[in-house]
Design a protein around this ligand. Sequence first.
Ligand code: F6R
Length: 238
Amino acid sequence: MQIRTVPAYQEMSAIAAGMIAAILRANPAAVLGLATGSTPIGTYDELARLCREEGLDFSRASSVNLDEYLGLDGTHPQSYRYFMDEHLFDRVNIDKARTAVPSGVAADPDAECARYDALVKSLGGQDVQLLGIGPDGHIGFNEPADEFVGPTHLVDLDPSTIEANARFFASEAEVPRRAITMGMDAIMGAKSIILIAAGEGKRAVLEAAVQGPVTPRLPASILQNHPDVTVLFAEQNG
Ligand code: F6R
């Protein structure tokens, strides 16, 4: 595990985007594992700039996102599909048909989980998976639990996650209580992983994840078992 601390959010974002761009240049048909939340916004801004100004080509790339709120369809402004369109997909030359986000409104959510795992497998897994980390140590929406869950699955969001994500909604009551998340099998199956985190508020959970015991009570700690993880921490957020 490589751990790099930089002072500024923008520097962290530029490094993460540069690593993803290098993977895409080496393999224009790369499979990009993507995340939502506040932290990757700067990374996506930089990827959009590289596409616009330096011709970084997404036309043959595919992407798979980590998660989606249950009950929100892609037209809902707080859905993760909407987020990805807004922050990345509509700003680069990716073929949207090759961008995947779990459906939050599938008639049969369990079947949607199985479909999603089959899709990731059919793509050969992610060449790189971008991750953020939640205040409770979650990655994707793999919340603290008694055991790591391998497949894509439905989760009840932790109260701390609902509270943290309320900032994106009109009120905490509007935050969906359940989500679909990629499980640990697909995350750990990525060839490389970049975990980004910014601000002092994330320092303690990040330190515990990279230095403490590997435990499902702190889901990000599983990354210690992956052979190619880069952790980028920005001391200032924004
Ligand atoms: C988002 C996701 C989450 C976030 C995490 C950190 O797709 O899977 O694990 O990465 O909640 O969110 P921010 O970046 O908003 O602090």
